[in-house]
Design a protein around this ligand. Structure first.
Ligand SMILES: [Zn+2]
Length: 289
């Protein structure tokens, strides 16, 4: 699933080419199972009517959401779900397989929203939409934002008895992390994924905060992670490069690059955590103080 670094990479690719451009046409190929991409929205006709002819003022990212701010004052929000891609191609390119929505951008080409598994979502957000849609602004802090300090992270974790892996996946607590970067940040911080969030020491929280920011920055600089399914590509269709730097994610059965112990997995909150049982401390941090 595209996480913060992947969505940021797509945004950086599209932004200079789309800013100030007009969405001149929208095609939504018929889907016998319904317009699942638009399922949070009222109707295809209303969506097409409200977005066609609008200018893209800016393109932003919030958590794992891409925000197209339109000159109508509304924001078109795209969440790529499990397998979504946004591909910018020259005009009249052949639509790739699984194209769910095709946006013609005057003077820039066509954007294909490709999504084989159809967990992606597209909708409009404005004050008037209120609670009928997910409001990305109501999520937890941006981990690369200035306001995200070790103190803020510590405060969020203090109130949680859930395993740290599960807490970090909670978008209301901290926004933008998914399975890849929670595993990698915990490995770098030397914290076992099952540790109780509220039990982390101040020192561990500082280290975790640093690890989260480091891993995200490195992943952005390498254009994200194209995991084993190779589903993630940027807006040009190119694979990311951070998969070569993964320490634990999808490396189960392989040797830890730091200590040689075999990387293991465990299920936590319905998700698979990848970790090194030697490098990542199981002990309650508080007992070591
Ligand atoms: Zn290790």
């Amino acid at each position: 699933m595209p996480e913060l670094p992947e969505v940021e990479t797509i945004k950086r690719g599209l932004s200079p080419r789309l800013r100030g451009k007009v969405i001149s046409r929208i095609i939504i190929p018929p889907d016998p199972k319904g317009d699942r991409m638009l399922r949070r929205y009222t109707s295809r006709r209303r969506f097409v009517r409200k977005v066609t002819g609008r200018q893209i003022v800016t393109l932003k990212r919030r958590a794992k959401y891409l925000l197209f701010e339109l000159d109508s004052g509304e924001t078109m929000i795209i969440h790529l779900g499990m397998s979504g891609q946004l591909l910018l191609r020259p005009p009249r390119a052949t639509p790739p397989r699984h194209s769910r929505i095709i946006f013609t951008i005057a003077g820039a080409g066509e954007i294909f929203l490709v999504d084989p598994r159809k967990f992606g979502e597209v909708y409009l957000y404005s004050e008037a939409e209120g609670d009928t849609v997910v409001n990305p602004f109501s999520l937890g802090p941006e981990p690369l934002g200035r306001s995200f300090t070790p103190q803020v992270l510590g405060k969020k974790l203090q109130s949680s008895r859930s395993p740290i892996k599960v807490a970090l996946l909670n978008q209301k607590l901290i926004a933008g992390l998914g399975n890849i970067y929670t595993d990698e940040a915990l490995f770098r911080a030397g914290i076992h994924p099952r540790r109780v969030s509220a039990d982390l020491t101040e020192k561990e929280i500082k280290l975790l905060h640093k690890s989260i920011r480091e891993v995200l920055r490195e992943a952005i600089s390498l254009h994200g992670t194209s995991a084993a399914d190779r589903q993630y590509v940027d807006s040009e269709g190119a694979l990311g490069k951070f998969q070569t730097r993964l320490n634990v994610y999808q490396r189960e059965g392989e040797k830890c690059s730091r200590c040689g112990t075999i990387i293991e997995t465990m299920k936590l909150g319905g998700r698979t955590a990848h970790f090194c049982s030697r490098c990542q401390k199981k002990a309650k941090g508080k007992s070591k103080q």
